[in-house]
Write a protein that binds this ligand. Structure first.
Ligand code: SF4
Length: 163
């Protein structure tokens, strides 16, 4: 979805978005029922917690010896086991949708070096032309994906006000 801005090779070399520390473990992807079922079939014994009314997160019981939690769907050799059928959060990452004092905005995760090196105008143009409508519409139907605002995440684009 973001291949105009981020090459698959760049993402494959990094995988930072699939590994979480104690400060960004809230970033683990929000899973819908269908993806939860796929994950259950792929990873025997995997556990979930509920998020909102009809979404789930992987249960994080403990961090590893490096103080990290790796998404259970990440295959170290092959990448994401879901292939192109990734959760919404992973399809739009490093963009995020957040609730900023009652209004939704698209923000960007500052740990993605490859995207943070892009000119702001390029990011905005891409959002406006390719992705913002999809993100806001998806969030209308799946409000569990909207995260509380984290002020480390620069705000790029506000949801248009309804008149
Ligand atoms: S679902 Fe796939 S892309 Fe998303 S965090 Fe897990 S391994 Fe990474």
């Amino acid at each position: 979805m973001l291949t105009k801005l981020l090459s698959r090779e760049t993402c494959a070399k990094c995988r930072l978005c699939c590994i979480f520390d104690r400060y960004d473990v809230w970033e683990t992807p929000v899973l819908d029922q269908e993806i939860r079922q796929k994950a259950e079939a792929l990873i025997p014994g995997v556990e979930f917690i509920s998020k909102g009314r009809e979404s789930y997160l992987f249960r994080v019981r403990e961090l590893d010896e490096n103080d990290l939690f790796t998404c259970p769907l990440l295959d170290p050799a092959k990448g994401c086991m879901l292939g192109t059928e990734k959760p919404f959060d992973c399809r739009i990452w490093p963009f995020r949708i957040m609730d900023v004092a009652g209004r939704q905005a698209i923000t960007i995760a500052p740990i993605c070096d490859a995207m943070m090196q892009q000119p702001i105008g390029t990011l905005l143009q891409f959002l406006k032309e390719e992705l913002a409508d999809y993100i806001f519409e998806y969030a209308d139907f799946h409000p569990d994906v909207v995260q509380p605002y984290d002020d480390l995440y620069p705000i790029l684009l506000w949801k248009p006000q309804q008149i």
